[in-house]
Design a protein around this ligand. Structure first.
Ligand code: OGA
Ligand code: MN
Length: 283
Protein backbone atom coordinates (compact mmCIF):
# COMPACT_ATOMS: atom_id res chain seq x y z
CA UNK A 1 0.00 0.00 0.00
CA UNK A 2 1.61 3.26 -1.02
CA UNK A 3 1.47 6.42 1.05
CA UNK A 4 -1.54 8.58 0.20
CA UNK A 5 -0.51 12.03 -1.02
CA UNK A 6 -2.91 14.87 -1.72
CA UNK A 7 -1.40 15.92 -5.03
CA UNK A 8 -3.50 19.03 -5.35
CA UNK A 9 -2.45 20.24 -1.92
CA UNK A 10 1.04 18.88 -1.30
CA UNK A 11 2.78 20.14 1.85
CA UNK A 12 5.00 23.19 1.31
CA UNK A 13 8.16 24.03 3.24
CA UNK A 14 7.72 26.60 6.04
CA UNK A 15 7.56 30.20 4.84
CA UNK A 16 6.17 29.45 1.39
CA UNK A 17 2.63 30.19 0.33
CA UNK A 18 0.72 28.25 -2.28
CA UNK A 19 -0.40 30.28 -5.27
CA UNK A 20 -2.85 29.19 -7.93
CA UNK A 21 -2.11 29.89 -11.56
CA UNK A 22 -5.20 31.31 -13.20
CA UNK A 23 -6.61 29.20 -16.00
CA UNK A 24 -6.31 31.42 -19.05
CA UNK A 25 -7.53 30.46 -22.45
CA UNK A 26 -4.42 31.64 -24.23
CA UNK A 27 -0.89 30.43 -24.83
CA UNK A 28 0.92 30.83 -21.51
CA UNK A 29 3.93 33.12 -21.46
CA UNK A 30 7.22 31.33 -21.94
CA UNK A 31 8.91 30.13 -18.78
CA UNK A 32 11.89 32.23 -19.78
CA UNK A 33 9.77 35.36 -19.76
CA UNK A 34 7.62 34.75 -16.72
CA UNK A 35 10.49 33.18 -14.81
CA UNK A 36 12.69 36.18 -15.50
CA UNK A 37 10.00 38.56 -14.31
CA UNK A 38 9.77 36.74 -11.01
CA UNK A 39 13.55 36.57 -10.70
CA UNK A 40 14.01 40.30 -11.36
CA UNK A 41 10.99 41.39 -9.37
CA UNK A 42 12.65 44.31 -7.62
CA UNK A 43 13.45 46.01 -10.91
CA UNK A 44 10.03 45.76 -12.55
CA UNK A 45 7.07 48.09 -12.38
CA UNK A 46 3.67 46.74 -13.33
CA UNK A 47 3.79 48.72 -16.59
CA UNK A 48 7.13 47.11 -17.45
CA UNK A 49 5.71 43.68 -16.61
CA UNK A 50 2.92 44.17 -19.11
CA UNK A 51 5.29 44.98 -21.92
CA UNK A 52 8.26 42.79 -21.05
CA UNK A 53 10.28 41.85 -24.11
CA UNK A 54 10.71 38.27 -22.86
CA UNK A 55 6.99 37.59 -23.03
CA UNK A 56 5.45 35.97 -26.08
CA UNK A 57 2.33 38.07 -25.50
CA UNK A 58 1.19 40.68 -22.97
CA UNK A 59 0.17 39.26 -19.59
CA UNK A 60 -3.56 38.95 -18.92
CA UNK A 61 -5.12 40.76 -15.96
CA UNK A 62 -5.39 37.57 -13.83
CA UNK A 63 -1.72 36.82 -14.52
CA UNK A 64 -0.69 40.34 -13.51
CA UNK A 65 -2.75 40.01 -10.34
CA UNK A 66 -1.07 36.72 -9.57
CA UNK A 67 2.36 38.13 -10.24
CA UNK A 68 1.79 41.19 -8.07
CA UNK A 69 0.45 38.90 -5.38
CA UNK A 70 3.58 36.71 -5.59
CA UNK A 71 5.96 39.62 -5.63
CA UNK A 72 4.45 41.53 -2.74
CA UNK A 73 4.49 38.59 -0.34
CA UNK A 74 7.60 38.47 1.82
CA UNK A 75 8.37 34.86 1.09
CA UNK A 76 8.25 35.47 -2.64
CA UNK A 77 10.41 38.58 -2.35
CA UNK A 78 13.12 36.64 -0.56
CA UNK A 79 12.84 33.89 -3.09
CA UNK A 80 13.05 36.39 -5.92
CA UNK A 81 16.04 38.26 -4.56
CA UNK A 82 18.08 35.21 -3.73
CA UNK A 83 17.89 33.26 -6.94
CA UNK A 84 21.52 32.15 -6.95
CA UNK A 85 21.42 30.36 -3.61
CA UNK A 86 17.76 29.39 -3.35
CA UNK A 87 17.46 25.75 -4.26
CA UNK A 88 13.72 26.10 -4.88
CA UNK A 89 14.14 28.46 -7.78
CA UNK A 90 14.24 26.74 -11.12
CA UNK A 91 13.18 27.31 -14.68
CA UNK A 92 10.25 25.00 -13.93
CA UNK A 93 8.86 27.17 -11.10
CA UNK A 94 5.86 28.33 -13.09
CA UNK A 95 5.06 24.78 -14.15
CA UNK A 96 5.33 23.36 -10.63
CA UNK A 97 3.17 26.17 -9.23
CA UNK A 98 0.52 25.66 -11.89
CA UNK A 99 0.53 21.90 -11.31
CA UNK A 100 0.19 22.41 -7.56
CA UNK A 101 -2.67 24.86 -8.05
CA UNK A 102 -4.63 23.39 -10.95
CA UNK A 103 -3.30 19.88 -11.48
CA UNK A 104 -2.30 20.66 -15.06
CA UNK A 105 -0.28 23.15 -17.10
CA UNK A 106 1.12 23.83 -20.55
CA UNK A 107 4.81 24.58 -21.07
CA UNK A 108 5.85 26.03 -24.43
CA UNK A 109 9.34 25.54 -25.91
CA UNK A 110 10.13 22.63 -23.59
CA UNK A 111 12.99 21.73 -25.98
CA UNK A 112 14.81 23.88 -28.53
CA UNK A 113 13.43 24.01 -32.05
CA UNK A 114 16.40 21.96 -33.31
CA UNK A 115 15.88 19.26 -30.69
CA UNK A 116 12.15 19.13 -31.37
CA UNK A 117 12.74 18.90 -35.12
CA UNK A 118 15.20 16.02 -34.65
CA UNK A 119 12.55 14.09 -32.69
CA UNK A 120 9.94 14.84 -35.32
CA UNK A 121 12.19 13.62 -38.16
CA UNK A 122 13.09 10.46 -36.27
CA UNK A 123 9.49 9.72 -35.34
CA UNK A 124 8.27 10.10 -38.94
CA UNK A 125 11.19 8.05 -40.29
CA UNK A 126 10.40 5.23 -37.86
CA UNK A 127 6.75 5.43 -38.81
CA UNK A 128 7.60 5.25 -42.53
CA UNK A 129 9.85 2.24 -41.83
CA UNK A 130 6.86 0.58 -40.09
CA UNK A 131 8.68 0.45 -36.76
CA UNK A 132 5.64 1.74 -34.87
CA UNK A 133 3.06 -0.74 -33.62
CA UNK A 134 -0.71 -0.17 -33.62
CA UNK A 135 -1.63 0.53 -29.99
CA UNK A 136 -4.50 -1.97 -30.37
CA UNK A 137 -4.18 -5.12 -32.43
CA UNK A 138 -5.70 -4.84 -35.87
CA UNK A 139 -8.07 -7.78 -35.47
CA UNK A 140 -10.01 -5.85 -32.86
CA UNK A 141 -11.76 -3.23 -34.93
CA UNK A 142 -13.75 -1.83 -32.02
CA UNK A 143 -10.54 -1.24 -30.08
CA UNK A 144 -9.00 0.64 -33.02
CA UNK A 145 -11.99 2.95 -33.09
CA UNK A 146 -11.34 3.77 -29.43
CA UNK A 147 -7.59 4.17 -29.85
CA UNK A 148 -6.07 4.61 -33.32
CA UNK A 149 -2.44 5.57 -32.73
CA UNK A 150 0.74 3.57 -33.41
CA UNK A 151 3.53 3.71 -30.84
CA UNK A 152 7.18 2.96 -30.22
CA UNK A 153 8.42 2.72 -26.62
CA UNK A 154 11.76 4.36 -25.86
CA UNK A 155 14.36 1.87 -24.64
CA UNK A 156 16.18 3.58 -21.72
CA UNK A 157 19.48 1.75 -22.39
CA UNK A 158 19.41 2.53 -26.10
CA UNK A 159 18.19 6.09 -26.60
CA UNK A 160 18.95 7.88 -29.87
CA UNK A 161 20.52 11.35 -29.61
CA UNK A 162 17.16 13.15 -30.04
CA UNK A 163 15.50 10.83 -27.50
CA UNK A 164 18.37 11.42 -25.04
CA UNK A 165 17.79 15.21 -25.23
CA UNK A 166 14.11 14.67 -24.39
CA UNK A 167 14.95 12.20 -21.60
CA UNK A 168 17.45 14.64 -20.03
CA UNK A 169 14.89 17.44 -19.95
CA UNK A 170 12.17 15.19 -18.53
CA UNK A 171 14.64 14.06 -15.87
CA UNK A 172 15.33 17.71 -14.88
CA UNK A 173 11.58 18.29 -14.65
CA UNK A 174 11.08 15.10 -12.61
CA UNK A 175 13.70 16.27 -10.11
CA UNK A 176 12.14 19.75 -9.89
CA UNK A 177 8.68 18.22 -9.28
CA UNK A 178 10.04 15.97 -6.54
CA UNK A 179 11.83 18.87 -4.88
CA UNK A 180 8.95 21.35 -5.07
CA UNK A 181 5.89 19.11 -4.75
CA UNK A 182 7.27 16.04 -2.95
CA UNK A 183 5.78 13.70 -5.52
CA UNK A 184 8.25 10.83 -5.02
CA UNK A 185 8.61 10.23 -8.76
CA UNK A 186 11.17 7.49 -9.31
CA UNK A 187 11.34 7.19 -13.09
CA UNK A 188 9.50 7.73 -16.35
CA UNK A 189 8.44 5.81 -19.45
CA UNK A 190 7.91 7.33 -22.90
CA UNK A 191 6.71 6.40 -26.35
CA UNK A 192 6.37 8.02 -29.73
CA UNK A 193 2.82 8.07 -31.04
CA UNK A 194 1.59 8.76 -34.54
CA UNK A 195 -2.10 9.36 -35.22
CA UNK A 196 -2.94 9.11 -38.94
CA UNK A 197 -5.65 11.48 -40.25
CA UNK A 198 -8.96 10.64 -38.55
CA UNK A 199 -7.43 8.54 -35.75
CA UNK A 200 -8.60 9.30 -32.21
CA UNK A 201 -8.06 8.21 -28.63
CA UNK A 202 -11.44 8.18 -26.87
CA UNK A 203 -11.91 9.84 -23.49
CA UNK A 204 -9.84 7.99 -20.87
CA UNK A 205 -7.73 8.17 -17.71
CA UNK A 206 -4.02 7.29 -17.96
CA UNK A 207 -3.94 5.09 -14.86
CA UNK A 208 -3.51 1.43 -15.71
CA UNK A 209 -5.96 -0.97 -14.13
CA UNK A 210 -4.72 -2.30 -10.75
CA UNK A 211 -1.63 -0.11 -10.93
CA UNK A 212 -1.40 3.44 -9.64
CA UNK A 213 2.27 4.01 -10.46
CA UNK A 214 1.56 6.74 -13.04
CA UNK A 215 1.43 10.11 -11.29
CA UNK A 216 2.19 12.72 -13.95
CA UNK A 217 1.23 12.50 -17.62
CA UNK A 218 3.43 14.56 -19.93
CA UNK A 219 2.63 14.88 -23.63
CA UNK A 220 5.16 16.57 -25.89
CA UNK A 221 4.18 17.63 -29.40
CA UNK A 222 6.29 17.46 -32.55
CA UNK A 223 4.16 19.04 -35.29
CA UNK A 224 5.60 22.08 -37.08
CA UNK A 225 3.19 24.82 -38.15
CA UNK A 226 0.08 23.11 -36.79
CA UNK A 227 -3.10 25.07 -37.56
CA UNK A 228 -6.08 24.88 -35.18
CA UNK A 229 -8.30 24.16 -38.20
CA UNK A 230 -6.39 20.88 -38.68
CA UNK A 231 -7.98 19.57 -35.45
CA UNK A 232 -6.09 17.01 -33.38
CA UNK A 233 -6.49 18.78 -30.03
CA UNK A 234 -5.97 16.96 -26.79
CA UNK A 235 -9.19 17.75 -24.91
CA UNK A 236 -8.53 17.85 -21.17
CA UNK A 237 -11.68 17.56 -19.04
CA UNK A 238 -11.56 19.83 -16.00
CA UNK A 239 -13.21 19.27 -12.62
CA UNK A 240 -16.18 21.53 -13.44
CA UNK A 241 -16.96 19.48 -16.60
CA UNK A 242 -15.64 22.24 -18.84
CA UNK A 243 -12.63 21.35 -20.97
CA UNK A 244 -9.43 22.86 -22.28
CA UNK A 245 -8.14 22.03 -25.79
CA UNK A 246 -4.37 21.83 -26.31
CA UNK A 247 -3.28 21.80 -29.95
CA UNK A 248 -0.30 19.57 -30.80
CA UNK A 249 2.14 22.33 -31.79
CA UNK A 250 5.86 21.55 -31.93
CA UNK A 251 7.60 22.39 -28.64
CA UNK A 252 4.45 22.31 -26.45
CA UNK A 253 4.47 20.09 -23.36
CA UNK A 254 1.20 19.38 -21.55
CA UNK A 255 1.47 18.16 -17.96
CA UNK A 256 -1.38 16.84 -15.82
CA UNK A 257 -2.06 14.53 -12.89
CA UNK A 258 -2.66 11.10 -14.42
CA UNK A 259 -5.27 9.98 -11.90
CA UNK A 260 -7.40 13.12 -12.05
CA UNK A 261 -7.88 14.26 -15.62
CA UNK A 262 -9.82 12.40 -18.25
CA UNK A 263 -8.81 13.43 -21.74
CA UNK A 264 -9.24 12.49 -25.38
CA UNK A 265 -7.46 13.00 -28.68
CA UNK A 266 -9.68 14.52 -31.36
CA UNK A 267 -9.28 13.56 -35.04
CA UNK A 268 -6.95 15.61 -37.24
CA UNK A 269 -6.68 16.15 -40.97
CA UNK A 270 -2.93 15.41 -41.09
CA UNK A 271 -0.47 13.05 -39.37
CA UNK A 272 -0.12 13.97 -35.71
CA UNK A 273 3.06 13.11 -33.78
CA UNK A 274 3.62 13.19 -30.02
CA UNK A 275 5.70 11.70 -27.25
CA UNK A 276 3.55 10.41 -24.40
CA UNK A 277 5.47 10.14 -21.13
CA UNK A 278 4.50 9.11 -17.61
CA UNK A 279 6.41 9.89 -14.45
CA UNK A 280 5.95 7.10 -11.97
CA UNK A 281 6.01 6.51 -8.26
CA UNK A 282 7.06 3.25 -6.62
CA UNK A 283 4.02 1.12 -5.79
C1 OGA B 1 -2.08 8.76 -24.26
C2 OGA B 1 -2.62 10.07 -24.67
C3 OGA B 1 -2.38 12.12 -25.89
C4 OGA B 1 -1.72 12.75 -27.07
O1 OGA B 1 -1.19 8.24 -24.98
O2 OGA B 1 -2.51 8.23 -23.23
O3 OGA B 1 -3.59 10.51 -24.08
O4 OGA B 1 -2.03 13.94 -27.29
N1 OGA B 1 -1.99 10.78 -25.63
O5 OGA B 1 -0.94 12.11 -27.78
MN1 MN C 1 -3.85 9.47 -22.21
Amino acid sequence: MSQQIDYLNPPLPPGLRRVSMPVVDATPPTLDGFGKLVADASEYSIEQMKGDEFLERPLTEPEIELLVDCLTSDAAQEEAMDVSTNSRSSEFDIATRALAGNGWCVVSNFLSQTQTQALSIECMAMHDAQLLTPARVGADRAATLLRGDSTHWFVPEALSTPQQAFANRIEALRIALNRDLFLGLVDSESHYAVYRPGAVYARHLDCLRNNDSRVISAVFYLNEAWQDAEGGALRLYLADQSYHDVFPRAGTLLLFLSAQFEHEVLPATRDRMSIACWMRQRV
